[in-house]
Structure formats: structure tokens, C-alpha cells
Design a protein. Structure first.
Length: 736
């Protein structure tokens, strides 16, 4: 991963982690709030239920009391017996009833019998509400803390009376569980002043507290809280609040009771207990979050791993050659450039190809060709060291970059490659390689492309039949290449500028007394007067195809000059022009030349077309038909450089040409002089029998001329008589 994408990835991860944390935090807050609300509602509900149950319980006391009063109102206040009987019916174990004759102050009771209350007490009774409930009090007779409901009534005789039903506070506690949430929360019954009237029996129900406001007024709570609560209580409203007591937070809820004089049921519970559930949910949420984050991290990790793997796959596709498993050219360029940026100069680049691979492919098939390429890749892998880089460029071209200690190691390495390749995988079909090498020392200041170009240049220069299959790049090669490039750049303009001219080399009779013809030879005359010989540019132009334009140009010029001389009725001889074999692949070559010949009204047999012997190697049928056509158009045709290549006497007999130009190799001095003369003579004899004229080329010495004596050779073209000369000079000689 690149630095930039890596840091973006890290930042994104951190941001998403923060995002998840923030979301969790908000979630937790929301859960807390919701659970808080729910808990408060729950507690309020518990409190309300308590209040309702208690009220119903007290209502029942009222009801029985009312029945009791009803029974009593049916008897006279003086009927003690009847009153006692009624008392017996109502009294039970947990409650006690009594009845007061408010006229006399006489009290009737099952528990403590009949007695008279004093006047103050009687007055007190008289002042009481028509009915109601009394706050807890200590029963004067039983000593039990009790509450009681009372009701005023009239006996049958109209005497005013009061009845009361009393029950112990304990019985209330026993009937109502004033604790909840597993005894962590407790309910209290308080009055408007906050005094605790009834509390749970449980030991945790905080016996020391007698007044709720004592709790609320403790440190840590603001005063507003208690006054607020007081206000709410006074308004007979139910509600909930929170307060701090002895280092802990508490929730408390209050609900007004219907019975009692401003009584309230209050429930108190530590917040912590209530939030326990919330905390469990929060903890689980946190765990879930952490789990999700871990999952994401794991996923991220695996994604990273697979994308790394994928990247490798892509790299493999992009950088490795499918067939051979070697690097591809692009990868070689990258790694090679990298290697060149190091500090060593001892680097060599090898450009390797397999000789005749195309032919091998054609003959043996592509599958076989592929096997050869794979074998070659194996050879390169075998001889490579860990630091070396190799690749297949395309087809059968390979590159190898090595770091060497000693320059002498390179030829050894070449030899090793050549031998390994020659050993081959198939004893029957061995193959040869050609290697061009460029050393970085020889081409300092160049880049990887420059090294490869130079190695290729050296490789292209390996002569197939020289016996040595490798060659080092040297500066001359580069100069040649540069010069070629320059010529290629200038050639078209040079042609338009008339920089190409032709010279004529005369063809003399054997004795040198008569000029019988001439050969037009092209020259490139630079604007500065310098001449470039055809040997330098013809091979290049043959390669890039420009030779067709140039040959046609020279031919046209020759026609133009001959036409001129004919018009002026000046002396003329047949002039030959060279025709590169490239023309033969040009469909209408014969027609084009004929058209030019006709344009300048050149008589037949005045122009000779020289075709090199090497065309005989090509598709002879086609060439013969072209030759036939040329002859039909009135051209003389000659075979040039005859004897320099592979042609034999036999080929000569089938050739439809008018003239044979014997190559100068025939006249080179060598050991087998006599044998050579025999061959030469029989060759000329044969040409004569076929009615061909014979020209001997490259004759420089008298001894060479001697060889031609008594052979019937028609003409001599050589320095012995004349070098190629400018057109004016040639015709001047001719006139003489
Ligand atoms: P070529 O057609 O065999 O032409 C004869 C070459 O031999 C000429 O070289 C000529 O100067 C040289 N020569 C003649 N007599 C002697 C001698 O006694 N001793 C030696 N050592 N050399 C002799 P040149 O003019 O340099 O041309 C070289 C080659 O360039 C020609 O060989 C021909 O193949 C090619 N060429 C020249 N002009 C043209 C052209 O217009 N078109 C084409 N396609 N090729 C041309
Ligand atoms: Ca020639
Ligand atoms: Ca020649």
C-alpha cells in the first residue's frame, strides 16, 4: 500500500472508531434516560398500588364500622345488654370496637369493659369530625401502637354517640409488604410534615429516620428540593424526585392517600438499585460495541490481506509473462532502472534471441515454439543469481541484467547461455542463440532504455555464420546508428534538393580501347560538397524502403540525360542502372519503369537493369515472369555480382537475362588459381552458349586481366581502365 492510501486508511479507521464510540455513548445516555423514566414510573406504580391497597383496607374498616354504627342506632343508649351483644358480634382478633355515649361519656368496649371517660375526653370526642381516621397512637389499655377509624351516630333514643374501630399498626405492616425490589426499596406512610407514621418491618427500612424531610434536608441536596416536595404534598399531588443521603443517590415517589388526614405513601430506593438493570444493558451494549469493533477490525484485517493478495495477483498478471514465468518487459524496465540508480557500474545487459525461431515455429508448430521459449526461460533462470533480472520482451527476444565482479565473467556467462541453449531439451533439434551485450561502463550516462537499445544493436550485428554468437556493444555501433537515424531524417529532403546524383563507370572492351557501355552509380553529395558512398546508405534505404524512390529517381535521371543526348544527336552507349530486389515486391514496378522509358522515348536495348544475384534465392517463378516482362518492354537485363553468393553454373542456364556480370571474387588472388580459371572459362563458355554477354567486374590488375584472355569475355568494368566518373567526363571519354 502506498503511504498516502495507508494514512487515509488509518485516519478513516480512527474516525469510524470515534464514530462508533460516540454513537455508543449517545445510545447509553438514551438507554439510561429511558430506563430511568421507566423505573420511576414503575416505582410510582408500586407506590400507587400500595396506596390503593391501603385505602381499600381502611375503607373496609370504615364499612364494618358503619355497619356497627347502624346496628347500634337500632338500640337505645340505655340498653347495655343489646350494646354488649352487638359488640360481641363485631369484635375479632386483630381489631377492637368501642362505642361512646357522648351524652353520658359512658364507653362500651369488649376489651376493656364499660367505663366513663372524663369530661375533657368527652369534649374531645364531641369535637371530632363526623368520621375519620386517627394517626397512630398508643392504645391506653393495650399499650399497642394503633390506628383507628371513627364515626358519630345516634342511638334509637336519639342520644349522640361515637364508634371507633381500632387495629394495631403491626397488622397493617403484616398485611402490606412495604418493601419491594428484593428489600432494597421500602414504602413509608408519612403525614404532611414528613413524619413517618408506618414503616416496613424489614431491618433495612432505616429505623433511625423519623421524618422524611430530615433525610432530604441532609447535606448535598439543595433546599429547594424539600420545599418543592412539601409544596407538592400540600397540593395532594403524586410525583417523584431524587435526593442524596449518606453518600448515595435515592429515588423517592409519593402518592397521596384518600383516607387519613393528609397521609402519603412514599417509596424510597437507592438509584443504584434501579439503574442496575440499566447498567446491565449498558454493559451488554458496550460488550456488543467492542465485539462489533473487533469484528470490524478482523474484517478490515482480512480485507487488507485479501486485497494484498489480489494486488499480488494483479502484479503477477501485469509483471509476469504468462508463458515463461519470467518478468514482462515493463517490469524489467522498472526494476532495471532501479538497479541502475545504485552505486555500482558493473552492470551488463544481455539481449538474447533464438536463431531462426520464426522458421522453427512455422515448421514445428506453435506448441513446440512455446516449449523452446520455456526452455530458454529456464536456462536464464538457471544461470541467474538472486540479484539478476530477466524478462521476455516478446516473441523470442529475452533480456538479462547481471551485476558482475570481473569483466571477463561476461564472455564466460555468454558461453554458458549458448551451451545450455545448444544442449537443448531435444537432441534432434538444437537451437542457437544470439547475444548482444552492453556494459554500463561503455554507456555511462544512459538510462535503462539506452542500455537495452545498445545491447540490441550489438545483437543485431552478430553474424549468423561467423561462429561467434555474442557481441559486445561498442561506440562505432552507436555512431552507425546515429548516422543512420540522421540519414533517415534527411533523405526525403535530400532527394528533393537534388543531393542525389549518379556517376558513370565505363565498361570497356577487353583490350580497353573502346567504351561499350556504362553503369550508373548513385552518390549522395551533401551541400558541403562531401560525398557519401552508396555502401553507407543503400542498406539503410533497403531496410526502410526508400530505395524504391531513389532507384526510380536515378533511372529517371539516366533516361532524361540519354533523351537529351539523343535529341542533340550526340554519341550514346547502353547505360545500366541498379535495381534493388526490394522493387520486385512492388506490384507495378515493370510498368512504372516502362512508362518512364516511354516518356523519354528511350529506344529499346539502350537501358540495362542490373539485378543482384541474391534475387535468385527468392521466389524464382515470379522473378522470371518479371524478367520476361522487362525484356518485352525493351530493357536489357543483367545479373549482377554473379558468383559472389550461392549461384552455380546450373542456375545460369535457366536465367532469362541478357548479360552476366561476374563478381570480382573471381579475380581475387588465391591459392587455387588454376582451378578458378577453369571454372571461369567454363562459366563464360556457358554464357556464350546461352547468347549472354559477359562483363568482368572489379578488374584492377594486369594479372586479373590476364585471366580473361582467350575467354570470350565481352567487357571489363574496373579501376584498371576507369573509376566511376562524373557524367560530363564519361561522355567526354566516349566522344574521344
Ligand atoms: P555494384 O553494382 O557491384 O557496383 C560496382 C561497385 O564496384 C561500385 O561501387 C564501383 O565503384 C566498384 N568498383 C568498380 N571497379 C572496381 C575495382 O576495380 N575495384 C574495386 N575495389 N571496386 C570497383 P560503388 O559505386 O561504391 O557502389 C557500391 C554498390 O552500391 C554497387 O555495387 C551497388 O550494389 C550499389 N549501388 C550503387 N548505386 C546504386 C543505385 O543507384 N541503386 C542501387 N540499388 N544500388 C546501387
Ligand atoms: Ca551494379
Ligand atoms: Ca556488381
Amino acid at each position: 500500500m502506498k503511504m498516502k492510501t495507508k494514512s487515509v486508511f488509518i485516519i478513516l479507521s480512527i474516525l469510524s472508531a470515534i464514530g462508533i464510540l460516540a454513537a455508543s455513548f449517545t445510545f447509553i445516555q438514551n438507554v439510561k434516560l429511558l430506563l430511568w423514566d421507566k423505573s420511576v414510573t414503575d416505582i410510582l406504580e408500586v407506590t400507587e398500588q400500595g396506596q390503593h391497597a391501603l385505602d381499600t383496607f381502611i375503607d373496609k374498616d370504615y364499612d364494618t364500622l358503619h355497619l356497627f354504627a347502624g346496628e347500634l342506632s337500632g338500640v337505645d343508649s340505655t340498653d347495655t345488654e343489646a350494646i354488649q351483644r352487638i359488640l360481641n358480634v363485631f369484635d375479632d382478633e386483630t381489631t377492637s370496637f368501642f362505642c361512646v355515649n357522648l351524652g353520658t361519656g359512658k364507653v362500651y368496649s369488649d376489651t376493656f369493659g364499660d367505663q366513663i371517660v372524663n369530661e375533657a375526653r368527652r369534649q374531645e370526642f364531641l369535637e371530632m369530625e363526623p368520621n375519620g381516621i386517627r394517626e397512630p397512637f398508643y392504645d391506653g389499655y393495650t399499650g399497642v401502637r394503633s390506628i383507628g377509624v371513627y364515626e358519630q351516630f345516634n342511638f334509637a333514643d336519639g342520644t349522640h354517640g361515637l364508634v371507633q374501630k381500632t387495629r394495631s399498626v403491626k397488622s397493617i405492616r403484616e398485611n402490606f409488604t412495604l418493601s419491594f425490589y428484593n428489600n432494597t426499596g421500602f414504602s413509608y406512610i408519612i403525614n404532611l410534615d414528613g413524619e413517618v407514621l408506618i414503616r416496613s418491618l424489614h431491618k433495612n427500612s432505616n429505623r433511625t429516620i423519623q421524618n422524611l424531610f430530615d433525610m432530604i434536608n441532609m447535606e448535598g441536596n439543595n433546599e429547594e428540593l424539600s420545599s418543592n416536595v412539601k409544596e407538592q404534598l400540600a397540593l395532594k399531588r403524586s410525583g417523584a424526585s431524587q435526593f442524596f443521603y449518606k453518600g448515595e443517590d435515592y429515588i423517592f415517589t409519593y402518592v397521596p392517600m384518600e383516607n387519613g388526614n393528609n397521609w402519603y405513601v412514599v417509596s424510597i430506593i437507592p438509584s443504584q438499585v434501579v439503574m442496575k438493570q440499566a447498567n446491565t444493558i449498558i454493559n451488554q451494549t458496550m460488550r456488543l460495541c467492542i465485539f462489533i469493533m473487533i469484528c470490524l477490525a478482523v474484517l478490515g484485517y482480512f480485507y487488507h490481506q485479501t486485497s494484498k493478495k489480489q494486488k499480488k495477483e494483479i502484479e503477477k498478471l501485469a509483471f509476469y509473462d504468462q508463458l515463461t514465468g519470467l518478468y514482462r518487459y515493463e517490469k524489467f524496465l522498472i526494476d532495471g532502472a532501479d538497479r541502475l540508480s545504485g552505486d555500482t557500474n558493473n552492470i551488463a545487459v544481455f539481449y538474447i534471441d533464438i536463431q531462426g525461431f520464426k522458421l522453427l515455429n512455422d515448421i514445428e508448430g506453435y506448441a513446440y515454439g512455446d516449449t523452446v521459449l520455456k526452455y530458454m526461460a529456464d536456462v536464464l533462470r538457471q544461470i541467474s543469481h538472486s540479484k539478476d533480472i530477466s524478462c521476455r520482451i516478446s516473441g523470442d527476444d529475452f533480456l538479462l541484467m547481471v551485476e558482475y565482479k570481473n569483466r571477463d565473467d561476461i564472455p564466460k556467462l555468454c558461453q554458458e547461455i549458448i551451451e545450455q541453449a545448444e544442449k537443448g531439451f531435444d537432441q534432434e533439434r538444437k537451437f542457437k542463440v544470439r547475444i548482444g551485450i552492453c556494459l554500463l561502463e561503455e554507456a555511462k550516462k544512459t538510462n535503462i532504455n539506452g542500455l537495452i537499445d545498445r545491447a540490441k544493436m550489438a545483437q543485431a550485428g552478430v553474424k549468423e555464420d561467423s561462429g561467434v554468437s555474442y557481441q559486445f556493444y561498442n561506440k562505432t555501433m552507436r555512431e552507425t546508428l546515429l548516422r543512420d537515424a540522421q540519414m533517415e531524417q534527411n533523405m526525403i529532403q535530400a532527394l528533393n534538393n537534388g543531393e542525389f546524383i549518379y556517376m558513370i563507370q565505363p565498361k570497356y572492351s577487353l583490350d580497353g580501347k573502346k567504351i561499350l557501355g556504362g553503369e550508373a552509380l548513385v552518390r549522395w553529395q551533401k551541400p558541403d560538397g562531401q560525398f557519401i558512398s552508396p555502401g553507407e546508405f543503400i542498406p539503410l534505404f533497403e531496410r526502410n524502403g526508400f530505395i524504391r524512390q531513389l532507384d526510380e529517381y536515378v533511372f529517371t535521371k539516366v533516361c532524361e540525360d540519354l533523351h537529351d543526348r539523343i535529341q542533340k544527336k550526340q554519341k550514346i552507349v547502353p547505360i545500366s542502372v541498379n535495381v534493388s530486389r526490394v522493387h520486385l515486391y512492388w506490384d507495378n514496378f515493370a510498368d512504372r519503369y516502362n512508362a518512364i522509358k516511354n516518356k523519354y522515348q528511350i529506344p529499346d536495348q539502350l537501358i540495362e537493369l542490373e539485378l543482384t544475384e541474391s534475387i535468385l534465392l527468392e521466389n524464382t517463378k515470379e522473378i522470371f515472369s518479371i524478367l520476361d516482362q522487362l525484356k518485352k518492354y525493351g530493357f536489357l537485363c543483367s545479373i549482377d555480382d554473379f558468383g559472389s553468393g550461392y549461384s552455380s553454373l546450373n542456375t545460369l542456364k535457366d536465367l532469362p537475362v541478357d548479360i552476366v556480370k561476374l563478381d570480382k571474387v573471381f579475380f581475387d588472388q588465391s591459392e587455387h588459381q588454376e582451378r578458378k580459371i577453369v571454372i571461369l572459362k567454363s562459366m563464360i563458355d556457358m554464357a556464350k552458349q546461352l547468347y549472354m554477354k559477359v562483363v568482368a567486374e572489379g578488374i584492377e590488375e594486369d594479372e586479373q586481366l590476364e585471366m580473361l584472355k582467350n575467354t570470350g569475355c565481352d567487357m571489363v568494368q574496373g579501376f584498371i581502365y576507369s573509376k566511376p566518373c562524373i557524367i560530363e567526363d564519361f561522355y567526354q571519354h566516349l566522344e574521344k
